[in-house]
Design a protein around this ligand. Structure first.
Ligand code: ADP
Ligand code: MG
Length: 569
């Protein structure tokens, strides 16, 4: 629960990612921008027409109908254009977001399991969940509104200036108050939003870890403590959210003050100007209406600063994940590649190194047995070679190239799992497109003679037929055959020496790895004796290697292991 969090991108980097996406869609971008400008411009017509109407009535005009029609036309045009721009902007935003979301999920799915183990589970969850939802919400609702409000404010200010500079200046006295309001608000809100996101992540984390470990929690009757943790995290999130809301209402009255002062100034200056005969009543009417028209979009801009800010906080968290190192693209390895481990070292999360400077080459199609005492690092080495563990030093190459090991190396681990379902589906896990016939062949290859009697449709695993340990191993080997990777890594279960089951499994392992470059962690040394080469691991280092015969003759550590083994068997 205390691991590090995933990286967060800088706002600049996030902006560049979004900009790159936008640039890839120039037409959609131009259409969205144009429609938004047109919609905002159409909105200026009404105040201008109303101002003229006031002057016309003042001058004793015969009919107001032309003005009325102009107003109706302007309103219709504004409505249509606003709708259109909202659709275009949201569609563009959604497209960009969808691409980003795909990148985030893609990275999340390709994160090395070692990284996943290290980071807090809830962090990743809240990034692909809460954060994506937050940005999506901003893109569909806030983004079109913010775009249109920003343009409206800009165009309105231009219109006000064109009307009379003194009226524009009067309106401008509100600006410092707006700025003050925003400057009061921003430094207070940004950290609170960040804290809110973190608190929500921690709440998810507390929930997830308690739920995932529910069995363990029950087993140790530890429900109360876990409930207390969830309670505590929820309370924390609640307190922060309430604080954000309080901040928000304070901000509201500061904005109202700015509006009040600005409108009062426009009316007062207008009054003076009309009196001195400098401008018409209609012009002042237009100015006041224009200024009043700013309230909506300005308020929206300032209030959605909120959503924009918290969406921004989510966006940089998403980009942070999307920017994680892309796993090397799988390059096609030959059907029997060579494998090179160069200076490979590994330590588990801050612990001492359990592998040190391992250099090892497996020739194409070679079968190498890895032996050593318990705790020597065999399973760790198998995990590194299979791409399940990221080495903390050195690298693993296939045919001299750095590739996505998981795409080329099949791993049969020490503990095999029988998933609940039919026997066929359990094997098919390795290649979902495989036909029943292919599944049957794979089972036959590993000598699972019990399978036809049981039937491919038989339910196995929890709630079905309980398979014996050797049968489960055969199942795992059949999966390997079906997946057909060019490189195989077998971390054998420690089976009873000399038992019939063990001998069958040995044959099954040989059959399953025939024609693959193979590393076998061998607990039964008869396995090692049949391999092309034997590598002895002790204390995380390779201490001996050679053929079985060579090593026995050399009288070293392997020779000792062998004589102990033959004496026992
Ligand atoms: P072997 O398979 O040869 O018995 P392992 O590779 O399983 O050896 O373990 C090598 C060392 O690494 C041991 O000291 C073990 O305690 C340690 N180790 C193995 N797995 C982990 C893990 N997940 N976290 C921390 N230490 C581990
Ligand atoms: Mg092991």
């Amino acid at each position: 629960m205390t691991g590090p969090l995933l990286p967060v991108a800088t706002p600049r980097r996030a902006g560049r990612v979004v900009w790159t996406e936008l640039r890839a869609r120039p037409w959609a971008g131009a259409a969205a921008a144009l429609s938004a400008v047109a919609a905002s411009a159409a909105g200026l017509v009404a105040p201008a027409v109303l101002g003229r109407l006031v002057d016309a009535v003042d001058a004793g005009a015969a009919s107001v109908w032309p003005y009325v029609w102009a107003l109706v036309a302007a309103a219709l045009a504004t409505a249509v254009l606003t709708g259109l721009s909202a659709v275009l902007v949201a569609r563009l935003g959604e497209t960009v977001l969808a691409r980003l979301r795909e990148a985030v999920v893609d990275r999340a799915l390709h994160l090395p399991s070692a990284t996943l183990d290290r980071v807090r589970g809830g962090d990743l969850l809240s990034r692909v969940g809460d954060d994506v939802a937050k940005v999506a919400e901003a893109v569909t609702s806030a983004l079109p509104q913010v775009a249109s409000a920003g343009l409206t404010v800009l165009l309105t200010l231009v219109g006000l200036g064109a009307l009379d500079w003194r009226l524009a200046l009067a309106g401008a006295v509100a600006l410092p108050l707006y700025v003050l309001a925003l400057r009061w608000y921003l430094p207070r809100s940004a950290p609170r939003y960040a804290a809110e996101r973190v608190a929500m992540g921690e709440r998810s984390q507390a929930l997830v870890s308690s739920l995932q470990g529910a069995d363990t929690v029950h087993a140790y009757a530890d429900e109360e403590r876990h409930r207390a943790v969830v309670d505590d995290r929820s309370g924390q999130a609640l307190r922060i959210t309430l604080g954000v809301f309080r901040l928000f209402t304070d901000f509201g009255w500061r904005m109202n003050r700015a509006e009040y002062v600005g409108l009062a100034a426009v009316l007062a200056v207008g009054f003076v100007l009309v009196r001195s005969g400098d401008v018409s009543v209609g012009a002042v009417t237009t100015a006041a209406l224009l200024f009043h028209r700013l309230f909506g979009p300005l308020g929206l801009l300032l209030f959605t600063f909120d959503d924009v800010q918290s969406a921004g906080a989510s966006l940089v968290r998403m980009v942070g994940v999307a920017d994680l190192d892309v796993p090397p693209a799988p390059v096609p390895a030959s059907s029997r590649p060579s494998v090179q481990l160069q200076g490979v070292g590994h330590s588990y999360a801050g612990g001492p190194p359990v592998l040190r400077d391992v250099d090892l080459v497996l020739a194409p199609g070679e079968r190498v047995a890895l032996v050593g005492a318990s705790g020597a690092g065999k399973t760790t080495l198998a995990g590194v070679l299979a791409g399940a563990l990221e080495p903390t030093a050195g690298r693993v190459l296939l045919d001299g190239a750095e590739v996505d090991l998981r795409a080329h190396v099949g791993l049969v681990s020490q503990e095999v799992h029988v998933f609940a379902g039919t026997l066929a589906d359990d094997v098919r896990l390795a290649r979902p497109s495989a036909t029943d016939a292919e599944v049957a062949v794979a089972l036959e290859t590993v000598g699972a003679d019990w399978a036809p009697a049981l039937g491919l449709g038989a339910l196995v695993g929890e709630g079905g037929v309980e398979l014996t340990a050797p049968q489960a191993q055969q199942l795992a080997l059949a999966r390997l055959v079906l997946a057909d990777p060019p490189v195989a890594v077998l971390d054998e279960a420690t089976a009873e020496a000399g038992s019939a089951g063990a001998r069958d499994l040995e044959e099954a392992a040989l059959a399953a790895t025939a024609d693959r470059t193979t590393l076998v962690v061998a607990h039964r040394l008869t396995q090692a004796a049949r391999a092309d080469r034997v590598v002895v691991l002790a204390g995380g280092r390779v201490v001996e290697q050679g053929t079985h015969a060579e090593l026995v003759a050399a009288g070293g550590r392997y020779a000792q292991l062998w004589s102990a083994w033959t004496a026992r068997a």
